[in-house]
Design a protein around this ligand. Structure first.
Ligand code: FES
Ligand code: FES
Length: 866
């Protein structure tokens, strides 16, 4: 060390740093712009920041740069060309890349291992990546990728150059796999803009308090402060919310806070290092009020109203037949109460947005959200400027799972940019992310299930109380899906389900993979096991006897279409279930599309530009592989190779509104829109090909032409008086078997899925594996505890599973032999995999120890004692 300068080698080059207290990650990312080093948590937990320090995999967010003097650091950017080729190919070929945010860190841990051992087994790989969390993949394919890379290094073989047709059913490599593996793809926080400044919100000290005053004078006088923004500065409508506009962008002096994530003021500063110091100078005086921390408190007589319209945010009533009479006449009845917790999405990329003012009094927003058009509308309202003045572009999204649907950072970035006329970045720390964004709804559910002497279900009656927290977010539709799917994928007609979503002073509940069905399916599937016991048949048998078949009527009144393969799913897992000593089984179904009469339009423009087929849709890719799906839909329809197809990221100036990435809808609605646009192009392309032109020549001849596709499947609204309303355009089905050992460890999950035509088997499998591991966590380890309105979890205590905890997973796709007309018969699958896992594990534990667990995460297990 000379003159307090720290000298180190990074990727083979000598560099120096004079600020010894700076974290290594900040030096690498901010000073050296090495963006493969991702900041997933900043707490030493997730491993997205993994680098090699003198050959040892090390989390760069932990050590200060002062500890790095004389050391040699390697990031993914510093790998040799051969290593880059091997890892990029291996991760793509294994289908190991989804959102991609964890992948560079995984590559570094892999390199740390393979540099020392080129013949590792799966357990050694699990050990090597024990410091890396992946929320998307379930680790199976990441381990496959590392095994594959080891083989290349060991054998010295050349990297294959596969030729793909891009057609459905082919394991075509994800279009973004390489850039995500090597860290060259840009997530929002990887961007910098000239003149960029930073903003951060001051959050409420209390879950419920009257804000008496906000004194910003001293903060505004800080030398690095550019501006302090409060509610009075908001030019437009201060209320946000895609469906219910009840969420204040900033709480004004005189207003009452509703949770500890409420923003009171925004500090805008020249450097991000000074944000906390400036915020600490804002003086807020509060009158603390007693928070309502459960729906019971909020529904009590005399409870204060948290919102103008009262504390019941949404109610749902699903009634068909006569459940009371059927229950009274039933041979067997099970009545149980269930409790499910808040949990966090824990997507690996914390929220970040950059807003850039333009010369024409508009704003361009770079974001990692789930719908550019929702964001555009919200910001237009907040700033009080026309929609067309706002352009929203999605960068790569490091996971979402529903948790990036709301306005969390985007509106604050836009507001700060609008008021300061400077480019502004708002980036959450992991702690802010946990505090602010909506969670999976905690629910309390009373559930009654009845059957006859043969185990045929005769009725379901349920009351579902959902804690929707401080704001509505997607709480209405989530409750609705919890209710519409509560009775499961079975053939009976007496249902009586009442749901209420109740405001409290807890963090908001919002969209989360499974969308309410995760909660109500846990109840239905658990009750079924007890009914089977009463009847004297196996849990598999009761499901098989009742499984919905084509032409039969679901409990919500919809006639199951010809593609329905619920019974085939069960048949595919029967032997595994019956042979395992301690196994549980669960079935589920999940809608594709918003349905219930709501607008549900997928749109796509295909344009021929520079001799390529540009596929333009605003369907966000949050890790599920939307760009790859669109590419394969177009290749299938046109018969062209994927090399001539360019699927674009969402951008309101380029891609038509295809709605939100939610409700497992995009493969069906945007996929079909892409097919329609491709069918418009097809005759013109075919004509030129028939004339003897090559594909390149034919496309050059069509340069500049555009083709449009739009698909909006008609559905019937809730409460429709049709005898058999079509609630959703499609349903996918699944059956899962969870096996545990004598200690209660989940050792294997076997799952069968009916998702219609499988677009890309490896990618689909990877998504299902990730969903299953998330489901294992939901059942056994994950929780987001909130005490008195204050969340108490840190990222490291959420209960996320690591590679060594993940069970063996076997998945199989089944089909009825029939397919739906849209999107070449694909039905969507993003949420399906997570739903049945927790009840399947509950059943396995019941078999093991006879304790019937009614609360998630389950207690008294291998994973949790209490
Ligand atoms: S960012 Fe370093 S471990 Fe998560
Ligand atoms: S691919 Fe691992 S976190 Fe998304």
């Amino acid at each position: 060390m000379h003159n307090d300068k720290i000298l180190l080698t990074v990727n083979g080059k000598e560099v120096e740093c004079s600020n010894g207290s700076k974290k290594l990650i900040a030096f690498l990312r901010d000073d050296l712009r090495l963006t493969s080093v991702k900041e997933g948590c900043g707490e030493g937990v997730c491993g997205t920041c993994m680098v090699l320090v003198d050959g040892k995999a090390t989390r760069a967010c932990v050590p200060a740069i002062s500890k790095m003097h004389g050391k040699s650091i390697v990031t993914v950017e510093g790998l040799s060309d051969r290593e880059k080729e091997v890892y990029a190919y291996s991760f793509a070929a294994a289908g190991a890349v989804q959102c991609g945010y964890c992948i560079p860190g995984m590559v570094i841990s892999a390199k740390g291992l393979l540099d020392a051992n080129q013949s590792p087994n799966r357990d050694e790989i699990k050990k090597a990546i024990r410091g890396n969390i992946c929320r998307c993949t379930g680790y199976v394919k990441i381990i496959d990728a590392i095994l594959r890379a080891a083989e290349f290094f060991r054998e010295g073989t050349a990297i294959p150059q596969p030729e793909f047709t891009g057609k459905l059913g082919e394991d075509f490599f994800r279009v973004d796999a390489e850039e995500k593996t090597l860290g060259t793809g840009l997530f929002t926080d990887d961007m910098t803009v000239d003149g960029m400044v930073y903003a951060k919100a001051l959050r409420s000290k209390y879950p419920r308090a009257r804000v008496l005053s906000i004194d910003t004078e001293e903060a505004a006088g800080h030398p690095d402060c550019i501006r302090i923004i409060t509610a009075e500065d908001v030019p437009g409508d201060i209320k946000c919310g895609h469906i219910v506009k009840d969420w204040d962008a900033l709480i004004a002096a005189g207003g009452v806070t509703r949770y500890v994530g409420d923003a009171l003021a925004l500090a805008v500063t020249g450097s991000h290092e000074s944000l906390d110091e400036v915020l600490s100078l804002i003086k807020v005086s509060y009158e603390e009020l007693v928070p309502l921390t459960s729906p019971v408190q909020s529904l009590a007589d005399g409870a204060p109203k948290l919102h103008e319209n009262g504390n019941i945010m949404n109610s749902q009533f699903i009634k068909r037949g006569d459940a009371d009479a059927a229950i009274a006449a039933a041979k067997h009845v099970v009545i149980k109460h269930y409790s499910t917790p808040f949990i966090d999405h824990a997507f690996m990329e914390p929220e970040c947005a950059i807003a850039v003012p333009d010369s024409e009094d508009g704003i361009t927003l770079y974001t990692g959200g789930q719908s550019v058009y929702d964001e555009q509308h919200e910001i237009s309202g907040l700033l009080g400027i026309p929609i067309e003045k706002i352009r929203v572009r999605t960068m790569l999204v490091g996971g979402g799972f529903g948790g990036k649907e709301d306005m969390i950072v985007q509106h604050h970035a836009a507001l700060a940019a609008w008021l300061t006329k400077k480019p502004v970045k708002v980036k959450f720390s992991r702690a802010e992310s946990l505090k602010v964004h909506p969670k999976r709804h905690a629910m309390e559910i009373d559930f009654t299930t009845a059957c006859d002497e043969n185990g045929l279900i005769t009725a379901v009656k349920a009351e579902i109380i959902s804690d929707t927290g401080a704001y509505a977010s997607l709480g209405g539709p989530v409750l609705q899906r919890a209710c519409t799917h509560a009775a499961g994928p079975y053939n009976f007609q007496n249902v009586d389900i009442v749901g209420r979503a109740v405001y409290t002073n807890n963090p908001p509940g919002g969209a989360f993979r499974g969308f309410g069905v995760t909660q109500s399916a846990f109840c239905m599937e658990s009750n079924l096991n007890l009914l089977a016991e009463m009847v004297g048949i196996s849990p598999w048998e009761i499901r098989y006897r009742n499984a919905i078949r084509p032409g039969q009527v679901l409990p919500n009144g919809q006639i199951a279409d010809a593609s329905t393969a619920m019974a085939e799913c069960l048949l595919a897992v029967r032997d595994v279930y019956e042979k395992a000593p301690y196994a549980g089984i669960a079935s589920c179904f999940k809608n594709a599309g918003r349905g219930v009469g709501l607008p549900d339009t997928g749109r796509c423009v295909i344009s021929i530009e520079n001799g390529k087929i540009h596929v333009r849709s605003s369907a966000a890719c949050i890790g599920q592989g939307m760009l790859t799906v669109l590419t394969q839909m177009v290749c299938e329809t046109l018969g062209v190779a994927p090399g001539v197809v360019v699927a674009e990221l969402p951008d309101t100036s380029r891609t038509p509104d295809s709605g939100t990435t939610t409700a497992s809808r995009q493969t069906v609605v945007s996929g079909e829109a892409a097919c329609i646009a491709a069918r418009e192009l097809k005759p013109e392309l075919d004509e030129r090909l028939a004339g003897g032109k090559t594909t390149d020549e034919a496309l050059r001849a069509l340069e500049g032409r555009e083709y449009y596709g739009e698909f909006c499947p008609p559905t019937d609204p809730m409460g429709s008086d049709k005898p058999f309303p079509v609630s959703h355009v499609a349903y996918s089905y699944a059956a899962q078997v969870a096996e545990i050992d004598e200690q209660g460890r989940v050792i294997k999950v076997t799952a069968a899925y009916d998702v219609g035509t499988v677009v890309n088997p490896k990618a689909a499998q990877g998504q299902l594996e990730g969903g299953i591991v998330m489901g294992v966590g939901y059942g056994l380890t994950e929780e987001f505890p909130v005490a008195g309105g204050y969340p108490t979890a840190k990222f490291g205590t959420l209960g996320l599973l690591r590679a060594a905890d993940a069970p063996e997973i076997e998945t199989v796709f089944v089909s009825s032999g029939e397919r739906l007309p849209a999107a070449h018969g694909s039905k969507g699958m993003g949420e399906l995999s997570t739903i049945p896992t927790a009840p399947a594990i509950q059943g396995a534990y019941y078999k093991l120890d006879g304790i019937f667990r009614q609360k998630l995460p389950m207690d008294n297990t291998y994973y949790r004692r209490s």
